[in-house]
Design a protein around this ligand. Structure first.
Ligand code: NCD
Ligand code: ZN
Length: 404
């Protein structure tokens, strides 16, 4: 099978033969399929550093077939999957079992991580995995490391990349008391208030400094956190900062339309925070944009506030949404490349090359094409998205991923 990407704007013709790149730049025509790329650019397949594909145990929400399909629709060919499964990945055995199951079904490259609760810190240290996702405040069940001395042990005795869900457990529990008689979705942004995120980020930066360890801060959502990280980076602290498409797009005003469908941890903030996060991408404070693709069914999301699970899916729409940000002159194409390819490749250890002889791992996209998201564009198993009806400027034409 010979495929030619004809006349791409950045690399000319690209020929792919049986999944391997066989020519770049020279004119090619003799092929089985030709794609007109005269309005398109070609990049390495994108990386999503934060997904919840729900295997094993919650395949009714997502599995690696549907998750991979959703990823490819969004130009994503590599993902970092989170460990908050039905049975959380807290031992080496569970990690190996998960690896074997995912390997069978994934149509994208993947990396997995381990987590810990206060009770299972020893197992984490014993396993010393490449990637750890630690919750400083519980988001799923009671998975969280809440005792400072246990966190310090992890920082001292492990060697992998520490990824942090940084919201302060104590502050959240206190706020829950205040709001326990209410059930409007809006209270979510008050219960998990910005002060909980800011306090936890402060603690995390202190630990990174004290133990000279690199930390990766998941889904940073407020202007204050960005400012703290910007200052810490200047001081030489090893810190990576991630933001999500939903924290760039939605805010406290969005509950009115979407109710608990936009209930997410950390919660939606303000319009000023949306703007600050875009600015953070533009000025280089943000290292990674990742989806935190967290599918839950419609039925689950229609439960009343206290029972509705947190999480917003959207891996199909991250890239178009960022391209729309380029059209609106908030960020540049180079910013997207840095946050979706270059930085996450380095942080998570994915190899991304466009060269003759390499397996094809490509996203072909039109930076300027306008389109409106339809329900049929949702490839995730749960079949809903807050982005339906959203006007995008920039479209994935094709994603090509050679499976080895
Ligand atoms: C995540 C999920 O649904 O798995 N939800 C979320 O709101 N981000 C849990 C998490 O990692 O916080
Ligand atoms: Zn998450």
């Amino acid at each position: 099978m010979r495929l030619v990407l004809k006349n791409t704007k950045n690399l000319g013709d690209i020929e792919v033969t049986d999944g391997i790149i066989t020519s770049i730049g020279a004119e090619r025509s003799d092929c089985d399929e030709e794609i007109d790329c005269s309005n398109a650019m070609v990049w390495p397949g994108l990386i999503d550093g934060h997904v919840h594909f729900r295997t094993p145990g919650q395949e009714y929400k997502e599995d690696w077939r549907t998750g991979s399909a959703a990823a490819l629709a969004g130009g994503v060919t590599s993902v970092q999957d989170m460990p908050n499964n039905a049975v959380p990945i807290t031992t080496k055995e569970l990690l190996e079992e998960k690896q074997a199951i995912v390997q069978k079904n994934a149509v994208v490259d993947f990396k997995l991580s381990m987590t810990a609760s206060d009770q299972s810190v020893d197992e984490l240290i014993e396993a010393d995995p490449d990637f750890m996702k630690l919750y400083l405040g519980a988001s799923t069940g009671d998975i969280a490391v809440t005792k400072p001395e246990l966190l310090e042990r992890i920082f001292q005795e492990t060697h992998g990349q520490i990824m942090l869900h940084a919201e302060d457990e104590g502050i959240i529990r206190q706020n829950e008391e205040t709001y326990k008689g209410e059930s409007e979705p809006e209270i979510h942004s008050a219960i998990r208030g910005r002060e909980a995120a800011i306090a936890a980020i402060n603690d995390a930066l202190e630990l990174a400094k004290k133990y000279n360890r690199s930390i990766y801060l998941c889904h940073v959502s407020t202007k204050e956190e960005l400012d703290l990280v910007r200052a810490a980076k200047k001081d030489g602290v090893q810190v990576y900062l991630e933001v999500t498409p939903h924290h760039l797009t939605f805010n406290e005003g969005s509950y009115k339309n979407f109710k608990n469908f936009v209930k997410v941890n950390p919660p939606l903030r303000t319009k000023e925070d949306n703007d600050a996060l875009w600015q953070g991408i533009a000025d280089g404070t943000v290292d990674v944009v990742a989806t935190d693709h967290a599918p839950h069914t419609r039925d689950e999301k229609q439960e009343e506030y206290w029972n509705a699970p947190s999480g917003i899916p959207g891996i199909e729409f991250m890239f178009p949404l960022l391209l729309t940000g380029v059209y609106e002159q908030k960020i540049t194409l180079d910013d997207i490349y840095r946050c979706l390819v270059e930085n996450p490749a380095k942080i998570f250890g994915f190899t991304k090359n466009i060269k003759v002889g390499a397996p094809a791992d490509l996203v072909v996209f039109e930076p300027d094409t306008a389109w409106v998201v339809q329900s049929t564009d949702v490839k995730s198993k749960i079949g809903w998205s807050p982005y339906i009806g959203y006007q995008m400027q920039g479209k994935v034409l094709r994603t090509i991923k050679h499976l080895s």
